[in-house]
Design a protein around this ligand. Structure first.
Ligand SMILES: Cc1cc2nc3c(=O)[nH]c(=O)nc-3n(C[C@H](O)[C@H](O)[C@H](O)COP(=O)(O)O)c2cc1C
Length: 364
């Protein structure tokens, strides 16, 4: 069975939920590891005060017994602490009493660059909040939790996945990131950046060239483009390959089927080739500006200034964690397709038998 992931939850609703299906039985899920990744997602320079409010404790509602998967759907839940301030505004049921707290007045001034206008028009919402609450990247918290589970599964076959920041606001070192962030904060503006995810230990043969939907490069690109604010993805040397000659671009094959270079980023023909998988994502500047951009009121049609709501100056470090989770999930899905198994031991044994067949050893 292929791995499946369904999530739900609004930014200021009661909770976020994720249902993970297709996991083998017998996988140990470490609560501290999930919460460590959730902590990493909340951290980072330039994030809004909301990150201090949310503790992101993960509750498991189904699929786990004594810390070990049962081979049944695994249901995770993260409560939004901030919901306490939005009880009337984000009440799932018709609210009782007079409008009170946050979200009580409708939002009618869509933010350029956010899902506000497109979402309100598409679904027929008079209150933009009905679109922005789900479009918000708050939901990435449960994706990070799912990614932590995926990393545990991958760890069983020696695959590790790690994400990091490459650039913030065009700056390439940490000091520069902080200065650029503070300058943008001072100007009441926002920044974007670039992150990189590297997966080590993936065996050759994950993904396939058989059809476009099977190609691991396409799947990883979709996984990263599925994250809010990601507007570009490159694998290996990516766009730079377009300016090279074939003799400069391709990674020559050495005895033992290893490569000295890895400009392909570990994927050829949509299939892992045994080298580290290297993939980058470009994040646009965040759309909520404290110095709002021009907009038009949905109700009156009059020009106005876009919604200003508590927001990050930049969230590139958070994106690195979310991107790591997305890549881990997609790699775990590809590994589960290749090695299968209802029990974790089947999955591990199938991986070992495959490495034996192709005579592939990490220390060769
Ligand atoms: C980790 C993370 C945090 C984000 N935080 C914010 C934020 O605080 N304010 C904001 O306006 N956008 C934020 N975004 C981006 C918006 O969610 C995103 O731009 C919006 O949903 C529109 O989608 P699009 O940019 O993919 O078109 C964040 C994105 C990520 C991945």
């Amino acid at each position: 069975m292929s791995l499946g992931l369904v999530t739900a939850g609004e930014s200021h609703g009661p909770a976020l939920v994720a249902v993970l299906s297709g996991l083998p039985a017998g996988l140990t899920v470490d609560r501290a590891r999930i919460e460590d990744d959730l902590r990493r997602r909340r951290a980072g320079y330039g994030r809004s005060p909301r990150q201090k409010l949310e503790h992101d404790e993960v509750e498991v509602v189904a699929g786990l017994r004594h810390g070990v998967t049962l081979g049944t759907p695994l249901a995770l839940l993260i409560r939004n602490k901030d919901h306490a301030n939005w009880m009337w505004g984000m009440s799932p049921w018709p609210p009782e009493g007079e409008p009170a707290g946050k979200g009580a007045s409708p939002v009618t001034l869509p933010r350029p660059g956010h899902a506000d206008l497109a979402g309100a028009l598409k679904f027929g919402h008079a209150d933009v909040r009905n679109a922005l609450e789900r479009a918000s990247a708050r939901q990435t918290a449960v994706h990070v939790a799912a990614g932590a589970v995926a990393k545990a599964l991958l760890g069983e076959i020696g695959v590790s996945v790690a994400g990091g920041v490459v650039e913030v606001g065009g700056e390439v070192d940490e000091e520069g990131w902080k200065q650029a962030t503070e300058a943008a904060r001072g100007d009441r503006d926002t920044l974007g950046g670039i992150v990189e995810v590297v997966a080590n230990g993936a065996p050759p043969g994950l993904g396939s060239y058989a059809d476009k939907g099977d190609r691991l490069d396409a799947r990883l690109a979709a996984a990263l483009m599925g994250i809010q604010a990601v507007k570009g993805v490159e694998i290996g040397a990516g766009f730079a390959l377009a300016r090279m000659r074939g003799s400069e671009a391709h990674d020559e094959i050495e005895p033992g089927f290893r490569r000295v270079t890895n400009r392909a980023g570990g994927i050829e023909g949509g299939v892992t080739n045994g080298e580290p998988v290297v993939i980058r994502a470009a994040m646009k500047p965040l759309p909520t500006l404290m110095r709002p951009l021009r907009s038009v009121d949905l109700a009156s049609g009059d020009p106005g200034e876009a919604l200003v709501e508590r927001s990050d100056v930049q969230a590139v470090e958070a994106l690195a964690v979310v991107a790591e989770a997305a890549v881990a999930w997609e790699l775990a899905r590809a590994a589960q397709e290749k090695f299968g198994g209802d029990a974790l031991s089947d999955f591990v044994a199938s991986h070992a038998a495959y490495l034996e067949r192709i005579s592939w050893h990490e220390d060769r």
